[in-house]
Write a protein that binds this ligand. Sequence first.
Ligand code: COA
Ligand code: AMP
Length: 630
Amino acid sequence: MTAPSYSADYLRSLADPEAFWAEQAQSLHWDKPWDRVLEDSKAPLYRWFTGAEFNTCYNALDRHVLAGRGDASALIYDSPVTGTQQLFTYRQLLDRVAAVAGMLLAHGVKHGDRVVIYLPMVPECAIAMLACARIGAVHSVVFGGFAAPELAKRIDAALPVLILTASCGIEPGRIVEYKPLLDQALQLATHPVGACIVLQRPQCAASLQAGRDHDWREAEAAATPAACARIRSTDPLYLLYTSGTTGKPKGVVRDHGSNAVALLYSMRAVYDVGVGDVFWAASDCGWVVGHSYIVYGPLLAGCTTIFYEGKPVGTPDAGAFWRVISEYRVKSFFTAPTAFRAIKKEDPRGELLARYDLSCLKTLYLAGERCDPDTVLWAQAMLKVPVVDHWWQTELGWPAIANCIGIEAFPVKPGSATLPVPGYDIQVLDNDGQRVAAGEIGNLVIKLPLPPGTLATLWNDEAGYLENYLARYPGYYLAGDAAIVDDDGYFWVMSRIDDIINVAGHRLSTGSMEEILAAHPDVAECAVIGVADALKGQLPVGLVVLKSGVTREHADIVRELIESVRASIGAVAAFKQAIVVPRLPKTRSGKVLRATMRAIADGRSFAVPATIDDPVILDEIAQLLKGSAA
Ligand code: COA
Ligand code: AMP
């Protein structure tokens, strides 16, 4: 047998995608085979595995139990913030999921209905997602760090029949009560939600509204376990909102069959794990990493997944990740570069590492933001394993540029995400749609059709999908990132080309923060820029111009602005700095020079744009930014 080769897989995936993906799909159970592997009659909108019936929950749980792996470990819940460790075998997880699926049915949830899940990192979050998948309901998980207005937006977009929540989440040093946030969101939302099921945690009891709210444990105990429904492979499995270039989040729609095919392939090809291996993605179910690599990917592959409710540092120390890796014998570990920077800051010499046996760990995977070479080198030196910086996005659902260790490992170049993953024809184009020369920066695009597992469309916004992603270069998907390809074909993803910033691996829209600042009665106009931060990658900074005649203390106004971003978007926005400026620098046509202000804030050199209306303001802003940072 010949050794697996990256180039053989890659070339075949592009030359004959239907044969390539049909072959990958054979490892899964299909209730009905597909009519077509790739439906292209509505190009540029493509669908994979049309005509097939496929149940994601069956493939993630029942299939393994029926194959005799019911007693194998499926999910380990490790929660340093509550002092809990709990193991679920595949059979135990299946039993809980079937019961919760029955609970959903008993509360009127039907195939195709949406269920909003607003939960912290408790196993019930995975159980709820899988239970929705089991009966064909569409889940929309909302990250716990979002405030009530963001939750309300997602409720009004998904129009759920039911919301699943918990009494609280636990952040180091504070309890975050979820129920008051949910109650507030339900008041803000225009869509009436019939029922909420609340998981009461020992750390805090939520008050339940009679008639609408139900106790999770009682409802689950009363439920009749539900069997797997027959579901069209192209039916939506979930909606997941991500920041777009406006304050209105985009609802990415992922379907059942193609998602499972892509995730299963990636577990082997990218993450180098299979049946019985322990895989850990230290993220949150509220993000795409949680969907793909805490819940669905590892379970589809028959791995053990770790469900971690804690932080890289402070729960209790910077050795937390090493403890989990060594205790559960994690083979492949995935986290965000910001988590490693936090550990490096607290334990630069890796002294806590020496306490643990990490011989089980074979590869470290980093994604979610551009990874600075220093962090890659530090991680490599500490862990002595290959570090795979890989690039993807919520829309894509699984890695698009990576070092595919499971097929063939390539030398690591710190700062580069390596090569396109099989299935993705990635190119870098200039503004005229021509490929740029090696070493030159351009727009990162993916030639259509995108592979299975990528977004089917945007929820209730097909026109938005076409306009935002497919219109700029006909025949290509526009990723929204600027990139370089080098002479070896390695991709270097450098920055966004829009107003999205990346704060601690979280993607946020500066446009939505500007909307909030602009709503303050004293603010005439404003700009929010992402400035470089050694720990979180980027942090938002607001620049506000006050209305003439405002005489209030600037410090009071700034405090109110910070509070309103926290109350509207959530603590996760990490909006903690705003400065009052006399004017905003603009071109003569009135465009605010955000990139120039970013360069000033980061201390980078920049050319004063020829079209600037008032060059003096740049010096004034530089002084104000310097003063506020000091
Ligand atoms: N529920 C409620 N609040 C939350 C939350 C949640 N699930 N997650 C974060 N927050 C809050 C935090 O408590 C913090 O509030 P504060 O301003 O009152 O301190 C704020 O949101 C910012 O949180 P965070 O980004 O976690 O920053 P931090 O300073 O507390 O910790 C790191 C810094 C680097 C340790 C942390 O950012 C981290 O673990 N990052 C990795 C993130 C990750 O895995 N991203 C990958 C996404 S794929
Ligand atoms: P999200 O949809 O939240 O996963 O964010 C996706 C965005 O994060 C991408 O479009 C990039 O801007 C950035 N990103 C993610 N991973 C990487 C990476 N490995 N290198 C550079 N940027 C990355």
